[in-house]
Write a protein that binds this ligand. Structure first.
Ligand code: SF4
Length: 458
């Protein structure tokens, strides 16, 4: 997953983008970047690690501009490098152009091969570079050129594009990844999440629609059009389960409200369960556990203290230190857990290894019985749309039954949220049941997936 933001028509563009990126930091901690434009030559600053490292750079603070875009990136550690940090900036027939992307292109390899045969030279290994090649090779009105590039790619892409003082926000026709439009004084903001708009003092206006391209200049929307007619959207339901901040609105629904409902539905699925406390695995399990507690009447407790400073930059330890890492990330509060029958709510089980370690930590803290509860169904397929889930063979639920997973985890009971209840939790209205992508739970993908689909966040 990644986070993107763009701001225009303000002398504070770079500062606002930096602050917005900090709000989107949960969407990617491996690299950060900002491109500034509008006053002087376009300039891009990128660095590995957190946004705070980038913001401290003197050069960034000295470079004025009235428009800026930014990106935070999450990838698998092996493919994480400065060369792939975004935004990407080029000089082409349209002048200086920069792009930042959240998503995954499913026809990347095919497009890349075609462009290589035509003589294209690639500087990055990320799929995002495809957009720049396609833009550079097309002539005509710039928004139409962006539209043409989008019509040639498949998969998931929310984009912010910058050219001089023109800011473009665009979403793929399925609407996999979120992208919202906000207003701050005389400026427009485009961001992955509404919280990033509101933290800047701006107002969330609406979602950019699937397939829509919004062109903004001098504080005005000068054009809004569709590069392709949207048929049926497939917004990622996992945004509500895990990725988006609870203080954001994702796809028209409050994330906090959706997670509370997930907890309520889980409590109904487990009607009659007896336990001393219900506790979340922080941070994503928090509202689901609260919803469970309110529905069931079982006492809500915080049994874990999460270490917020570990981050993904923490070097993966040797095998014999893995248990210590689990304890570093989540420290149990013994007086809450010791001697209790507990319901523990987490967002999902992927490989199962992290969950097992966390459960062992609870047992060591004295938990008498553990009921492990997940606020989504079993994950049985990888994501090809911008989420770094492993391949099928590494997904525990793809190869083992719920009972086998329960035994492996060593818990009293194991409950997954039923798919219909997940969809109902995330539905702002009764008519929205077909709008979500649920492919990682159903193995039914809404788009063609080529054998060599590029599985890395852009
Ligand atoms: S496959 Fe899963 S994680 Fe990926 S877009 Fe669909 S619902 Fe989201």
């Amino acid at each position: 997953m990644c986070g993107i933001i763009g701001v225009e028509n303000t002398q504070d563009a770079a500062t606002l983008v930096a602050a917005g990126l900090m709000t989107l930091q949960h969407r990617g901690e491996e690299s950060a970047g900002i491109t500034i434009s509008g006053n002087a030559n376009m300039k891009t600053f990128r660095s590995m690690g957190l946004v705070s490292r980038l913001v401290n750079a003197d050069a960034l603070n000295k470079h004025d501009g009235t428009a800026a875009i930014g990106h935070v990136r999450y990838t698998t550690s092996a493919k994480s490098s400065l060369i792939n940090a975004q935004p990407f900036q080029i000089e082409c027939i349209h002048g200086q152009v920069a792009v930042a992307h959240n998503g995954n292109l499913t026809n990347f390899i095919k497009l890349r091969d075609t462009l290589l045969k035509k003589g294209a030279i690639f500087n990055h290994t990320s799929d995002t570079e495809i957009f720049l090649h396609l833009i550079a090779m097309s002539k005509g009105n710039f928004p139409n050129v962006v539209a043409k590039s989008m019509s040639l790619v498949e998969g998931a892409f929310s984009l912010v594009v910058l050219r001089d003082k023109t800011l473009i926000g665009a979403r793929d026709v399925n609407g996999f990844r979120p992208l919202v439009l906000g207003k701050l004084g005389n400026s427009y903001i485009v961001a992955s999440e509404s919280a990033a708009v509101e933290v800047l003092g701006g107002k969330y206006i609406r979602d950019i629609k699937p397939g829509e391209i919004v062109v903004i200049e001098d504080g005005k929307i000068i054009k809004s059009f569709f590069y392709k007619k949207p048929k049926k959207q497939h917004t990622c339901i996992f945004e509500q389960v895990y990725f988006s901040r609870p203080d954001s609105v994702a796809f028209g629904q409050s994330v906090k409200a959706a997670r509370m409902k997930m907890g309520q539905f889980l409590a109904r699925q487990m009607k009659g369960i007896k336990a001393d406390i219900v506790m979340p695995v922080p941070d994503t399990g928090y509202y689901a556990a609260l919803g469970f507690s309110r529905e069931s009447g079982i006492l809500f407790e915080q049994g874990f203290v999460r270490n917020h400073y570990l981050g993904r930059s923490f070097i993966k330890p040797a095998q014999n230190m893995r248990d210590m890492t689990a304890k570093l990330k989540l420290r149990p509060i013994k007086e809450v857990i010791d001697g209790k029958e507990i319901i523990v709510i987490d967002d999902s089980v992927v490989r199962g290894t992290t969950s097992r370690r966390m459960i062992n930590v609870l047992k060591e803290a004295g938990a008498k019985k553990i009921h492990f509860v997940l606020s989504c169904p079993p994950i049985i397929g990888p994501c090809y749309y911008g989420i770094d889930t492993p391949l099928k063979e590494h997904l525990i639920a793809a190869t083992q039954s719920v009972e086998e997973i329960r035994k492996y985890l060593g818990v009293e009971s194991l409950t997954f949220l039923e798919l219909k209840n997940l969809v109902n939790s995330c539905c702002p209205s009764q008519t929205c049941k077909s709008v979500f992508c649920t492919a990682c739970f159903t193995d039914k993908y809404p788009t063609r997936i080529s054998k060599d689909a590029y599985k890395e966040c852009g």
